[in-house]
Design a protein around this ligand. Structure first.
Ligand code: NCD
Length: 392
């Protein structure tokens, strides 16, 4: 597969056919999730997690073990040389001499790009701050394809913290690229940010409808009309019956600038039995997990609650991804992949003002800026946030 030796830093690093190939391969890997193969025997995966993780880390580690490969990991990054002030650039350059692939999670936006720029071994982004989480998207798309039957034309509602939720950002890009219909429901202040919406529109012509509450969705005449167009009799009277999947996310407490702002946003939405009454008998309720209180425990036994199955798909999907990446040697440099690398450099000098950009902490990183097109904002190459006042 063409993914051999490549970084996966963003969903933009994968072509449509590569995503399909990973999903097809995951179907085959599903047979091996209880056993052990020798597909990656002799290979080592390093798990470099600077942020808490249960599913992503353990499913990556399980995937590599099932493939017959080995895993090295820092149980707690604060017990590594990071505590002595080692930079990210140095850490990845050391770790790559111990491993064939580096899976990395970090609280700062653009950290995976920075890591990949220094490492010759392929780097997989397992979540970089509020920015992206591309491997979660692979398993989310896989869940939709497997359980709903298709991604194309599906109606998917993204509910929750769409400002800070990296899983929701990457999933929105994945859905838009496979021509799903995306509707956003986010409490006030946690709406999807302009740069994400702009990218959805520029890249895929996708302009999601935006709501602040589920009640607004239930009362929306256009969605009701679209629901009525679907064939089944029971979809005619409820706007929520339009949706094939509801993708719920938690409020990302750790990314809020203040405890006060978090208190205001938390507990402002929940999917419970009352919501399940509004959707169809085959609508999927998805969630990247962990949940806090936005998914009622009362719906767990309903077959529509897909989130535990979704988390389980993380193993075959990550087995497929690791296999594809380790299937060859050498990391091609050039036009492909990370969108920032494909965009022309912007004529702007200064530093990125985003306090959560990796360049704010890793100050040796050379500031770089790109622009999608003339008249478009200048973006930081690492965190992809627009640079305020770059044009005046
Ligand atoms: C997500 C993450 O870390 O972004 N979790 C996960 O990887 N399954 C979602 C979240 O933490 O809310």
């Amino acid at each position: 597969m063409a993914l051999a030796g490549r970084d996966v830093l963003s969903v933009f690093d994968l072509s449509d056919s590569e995503i399909r190939e990973v999903m097809d391969l995951a179907d085959q890997m599903a047979r091996h999730v209880r056993g052990k193969t020798d597909i990656c025997s002799g290979k080592v995966m390093a798990a470099l997690f600077y942020e808490p993780s249960t599913r992503t880390r353990l499913s990556f580690e399980s995937a590599m073990q099932r493939l017959g490969g080995d895993v090295i990991t820092c149980a707690d990054i604060s017990s590594s040389s990071v505590a002595k002030g080692e930079t990210l650039a140095d850490t990845v350059r050391i770790v790559e001499s111990y491993a064939d692939v580096i899976v990395m999670r970090h609280p700062l936006e653009g950290s995976a790009v920075l890591g990949a720029d220094y490492a010759r071994a392929p780097v997989v982004n397992a979540g970089d701050g509020a920015h992206e989480h591309p491997t979660q998207t692979l398993l989310d798309l896989y869940t939709l394809r497997k359980e709903h039957g298709s991604i194309e034309g599906a109606w998917v509602m993204l509910v929750g913290d769409l400002k800070y939720g990296r899983a929701a950002h990457s999933f929105a890009y994945g859905l838009a690229r496979f021509k799903a219909n995306v509707v956003c429901v986010a409490p006030q202040g946690l709406e999807m940010e302009r740069q994400t919406l702009r990218r959805l529109e520029r890249q895929y012509g996708c302009k999601p409808r935006q709501f602040n509450t589920l009640e607004q969705v239930m009362k929306d005449d256009d969605l009701l009309a679209a629901a009525a167009d679907k064939s089944a009799e029971d979809t005619k009277t409820r706007a929520m019956a339009l949706f094939d999947a509801i993708y719920v996310t938690r409020v990302q407490k750790e990314r809020f600038p203040s405890a006060e702002a978090f208190e205001k946003a938390k507990s402002s939405y929940a999917v419970d039995l009352r919501v399940l009454k509004e959707v169809r008998a085959d609508t999927l309720v998805m969630h990247p997990l962990p949940r806090v209180d936005e998914l009622d425990y009362g719906i767990d036994t309903d077959l529509r609650a897909a989130y535990f199955r979704q988390a389980a798909y993380g193993v075959p999907v990550r087995m497929a991804l690791i296999t594809a990446i380790l299937g060859g040697a050498g990391k091609p440099v050039g036009e492909e992949g990370w969108l920032g690398r494909q965009l022309p450099a912007a004529d702007w000098s200064g530093r990125c003002a985003n306090p959560n950009c990796v360049t704010a902490k890793e100050t040796y990183a050379e500031p770089r800026f790109v622009r999608e097109a003339d008249g478009e904002p200048v973006l930081c190459y690492y965190c992809e946030r627009p640079v305020e006042n770059a044009d005046g």
